[in-house]
Structure formats: structure tokens, C-alpha cells
Design a protein around this ligand. Structure first.
Ligand SMILES: O=P(O)(O)OC[C@H]1O[C@@H](O)[C@H](O)[C@@H](O)[C@@H]1O
Length: 303
């Protein structure tokens, strides 16, 4: 595995460049088996492509480029707050910050072999400390395996002398053929908070979640895998989580899409957010302690 860019070996390559705003663009490629590629912009994953350039993540054609805001699409880190559940800006501040590439990352047992990976580091700035007065280190490992599996591991350490609490999500926009045709499995019988019904608690009754109107829910407290089945694209995306008991499912549907400036009016049909998250019970970290949230995304062909 190569961190400096360009050269390749059996396992993969990592290319690091800077755009005109000085923000790091990282491309991970893995050449074993089917060739796959992941690109990151700052702390946000923007693209995950398989052979034949099949894109698995959605990015809006109307996305605004603003170095201080996540682009509409890809996978954004929501930390230390999810959505508007707190006094901070929407989804917290992590994605909007300048992340530092760790050229000498400490070993991460179980995730070092045969993968192209990069470790990014985020520490609070003086301004961040004014709005959220807690010293933390957020280390994000993004890795791509030879079989195309994309793994994101966030380790958050409390480097302060006081405990702090936070919420966390990998806010993931999947690219789908048609929202009316896809189904989500793995949420059966779970309780969920419905953001469209005053955050009331309901229990999922169906065998699978299908879509015919706006959905904005936080499914609670499960370790089961979740699957997004897309018959037309002949693929199923499998979502595995560790340390992330909750799953957010969001699609804005027609009316809300029209009120979102950086989303095309019809684009809601081709995106679905399914986020691995820790929201229902915020995580509390004592001084010196570390929390890990691991998301693993893989694709299984279907007929
Ligand atoms: O506009 P963003 O940051 O991508 O968030 C979109 C939506 O994401 C969902 O996950 C939230 O539950 C919604 O409340 C939110 O509106």
C-alpha cells in the first residue's frame, strides 16, 4: 500500500492532491479482483465506484461547492450532533473542517491487510472550542478492500479532563434506480423515531421498508445488517455496523425536494439516505477513553 500517490502494487494505491481551495482530494484504488475506487474531499466521501464506473453513491447535480459545508451527497460525518438535535449547527461541525492526513497512522488490527486506506485526523480549533468546549481527537480510517468493500472507522478520543457526550452518523446518500422500486430490509420490528410525526416513537410493522412518500426516521437499537435492494440496478448494498446502534432512513420526496436548493426537483427518485448512527442514546466518553464507530458497505449482485 502506498500513501504518497501514483505508484501501485498488488494491494492498491492512495493518491493525494489538493484542489484550488487547498482541500485534500484523496483517491483510493484497489486493483485486486474488480477494480474499485473511492474519492474523498476533506472528511467527506464523495464517490465509490466499481468496475465499469458504476457509481454507488449519489451526488446532486446541483451540489454547491463550499469548503465549509458538506456537498449534497456522498458520505458526510455528522459529529458531535446529528441534525438539529442540539444547539450546534445542522449535523455538527466535523465534515466542514480541515482534516489532516496522518502519514504515519497507528496500526488498526484487522483493517491493515490488503486494503488501500487513509487515516484522517480532526482536532478542535480554538473557534470550535468556543462553541463545543471539549478536547477530542477524531481519527477516521477510510479503506477499500480488493472486493470493493468500503469501510469507514471513526475513533473518537476524549483528551480532556472532563467527560463529554455526542451523537454521530455516517450520513450516506446511496445512488438508486428508482425510489419507488427499492426496498430496505433489516429494520423489521424495530422501534423508530418519526421526524415527520413530532419525533414520536413507532414500531416497524412491515417485512421491508418501501417508499411512496417522504420518510425521515431514526430506527433504534439494533446490530443487525441492513440491506438496500435495488432490483433494476441488479444489486444489493449491505450495511454492517459496529458501535452504531441506530439507522436513519431519509428521502425528501417531491415536495421537500423542491425546497432544497442544491437538489434537483426530480433527483429524490435516485437517492436514498441510510445512515449508520448513534443518536438515540448519545455516547458519553470519560477522560482518556475512546469510542469506535465502524461502517462497512459492500455490494452483492442480484438478478
Ligand atoms: O441536508 P442534509 O444535511 O443532507 O440532511 C438531510 C436530512 O437528513 C436526514 O438524515 C435527517 O433525518 C433529516 O432531518 C435531514 O433533513
Amino acid at each position: 500500500m502506498n500513501h504518497s500517490g501514483g505508484e501501485s502494487d498488488d494491494e492498491g494505491t492512495v493518491q493525494i492532491t489538493k484542489d484550488r481551495n487547498g482541500i485534500g482530494l484523496v483517491v483510493l484504488r484497489n486493483h485486486r479482483g474488480a477494480s474499485t475506487m473511492v474519492s474523498l474531499h476533506g472528511g467527506q466521501v464523495l464517490s465509490w465506484k466499481r468496475e465499469h464506473r458504476q457509481e454507488l453513491l449519489f451526488t446532486s447535480s446541483k451540489a454547491f461547492f463550499n469548503p465549509h459545508k458538506p456537498l449534497r451527497g456522498g458520505i458526510a460525518i455528522c459529529f458531535p450532533q446529528f441534525g438539529n438535535r442540539g444547539s450546534l449547527e445542522h449535523h455538527g461541525f466535523a465534515t466542514n473542517k480541515m482534516w489532516v492526513i496522518d502519514q504515519n497512522p497507528p496500526p488498526l488490527p484487522g483493517d491493515d491487510n490488503g486494503k488501500a486506506y487513509i487515516d484522517l485526523l480532526l482536532k478542535p480549533s480554538v473557534d470550535d472550542m468556543k462553541i463545543w468546549p471539549h478536547s477530542f481527537e477524531l481519527r477516521l480510517r477510510v479503506s477499500l478492500a480488493g472486493d470493493g468493500c468500503l469501510t469507514m472507522i471513526s475513533r473518537i478520543r476524549n483528551v480532556n479532563s472532563k467527560p463529554f457526550s455526542f451523537s454521530f452518523a455516517y450520513h450516506t446518500y446511496f445512488s438508486i434506480s428508482d425510489i419507488s422500486e427499492v426496498r430496505v430490509e433489516g429494520l423489521e420490528t424495530l422501534d423508530y423515531i418519526d421526524n415527520l410525526h413530532n419525533k414520536e416513537l413507532f414500531t416497524e410493522q412491515g417485512d421491508a421498508l418501501t417508499f411512496e412518500s417522504e420518510v425521515d426516521r431514526v430506527y433504534l437499537d439494533s446490530t443487525d445488517g441492513v440491506a438496500v435492494l435495488d432490483h433494476e440496478k441488479k444489486r444489493t448494498i449491505m450495511i454492517q455496523r459496529e458501535g452504531l446502534p441506530d439507522v436513519v432512513v431519509w428521502n425528501p420526496w417531491e415536495k421537500k425536494s423542491k425546497s432544497i436548493a442544491d437538489l434537483g426537483d426530480e433527483e429524490y427518485k435516485h437517492m436514498l439516505c441510510v445512515d449508520g448512527a448513534a443518536i438515540g442514546k448519545p455516547i458519553t466518553l470519560k477522560p482518556g477513553k475512546e469510542w469506535t464507530g465502524r461502517l462497512e458497505l459492500s455490494v452483492v449482485p442480484s438478478t
